[in-house]
Design a protein around this ligand. Structure first.
Ligand code: TYD
Length: 205
């Protein structure tokens, strides 16, 4: 008997795009179908990652943008080796809240780090693993702001221009890799957004 092949599905988008709600709906949908699911996130899934998350989102001193990029990448390297690769090898479906495209969109397009270099470093951190499917939740600035709420973490406080660049960065990534990356119109109701998501999930499962 062949071992079932695991799947790696990533959920991406700007702050306040609603991707975490959709990830939870996908988890429920697939679990009800009897699939073996692992839900995880970057930064900060387990162990060392949780320490890095604390620094990345709540350290209030000055952070060099290259250092920020390396901290997200360090979290990713740990997460991939200790959690994602073993789960995929066991045939599980890994649903991951943010991954490599966040670093391209936020540190690359947002902060202005060199995008080709970020891609190379992503490749190092992931040991070459690529998501089977990436959903980008695209939402207008106005709706994103209402969803983020008043208490903002370090990244959410980076300003409107920064978040505009992040959004455009995501759309650029989708243009460059249309077979892996699908853009979801996340301005709609939770149910309407989920209908779009379900179509892509059904195609890949
Ligand atoms: P989180 O609380 O997980 O928020 P969200 O619900 O928006 O995913 O915060 C993660 C923050 O870190 C978010 O603002 C995006 C940012 N981030 C990067 O800037 N680069 C990265 O590589 C990753 C994974 C996240």
């Amino acid at each position: 008997m062949n071992t079932p092949k695991g799947l790696f599905i990533t959920f991406e988008g700007g702050d306040g795009c609603g991707k975490t709600t959709q990830l939870n709906l996908v988890e429920k949908y697939l679990s009800e179908k009897g699939q073996n699911i692992i839900k995880t996130r970057e930064p900060g899934s387990i162990g060392l990652g949780q320490k890095l998350r604390e620094v990345l989102l709540h350290y209030d001193g000055d952070v060099a943008s290259t250092a920020e990029a390396f901290l997200f990448l360090a979290d990713r390297a740990q997460h991939i080796e200790k959690l994602v690769l073993p789960a995929i090898a066991e045939g599980k479906i890994v649903l991951c809240d943010r991954h490599t495209d966040s670093t391209i969109a936020y540190q690359g397009y947002g902060r202005g780090e060199n995008i080709e270099q970020i891609k190379m470093l992503n490749n190092l951190a992931t040991q070459g693993l690529k998501p089977d499917l990436t959903l980008i939740f695209d939402v207008s600035e106005e709706i994103a702001q209402t969803r983020v709420g008043a208490e903002k973490d370090r990244m959410e406080s980076a300003g409107n221009e920064f978040h505009k660049r992040v959004r455009n960065g995501y759309l650029e990534i989708a243009k460059q890799e249309p077979s892996r990356v699908k853009v979801i119109d996340a301005n709609l109701s939770i149910e309407e957004v989920f209908q779009q998501v379900k179509k892509y999930i059904d195609e890949i499962i």
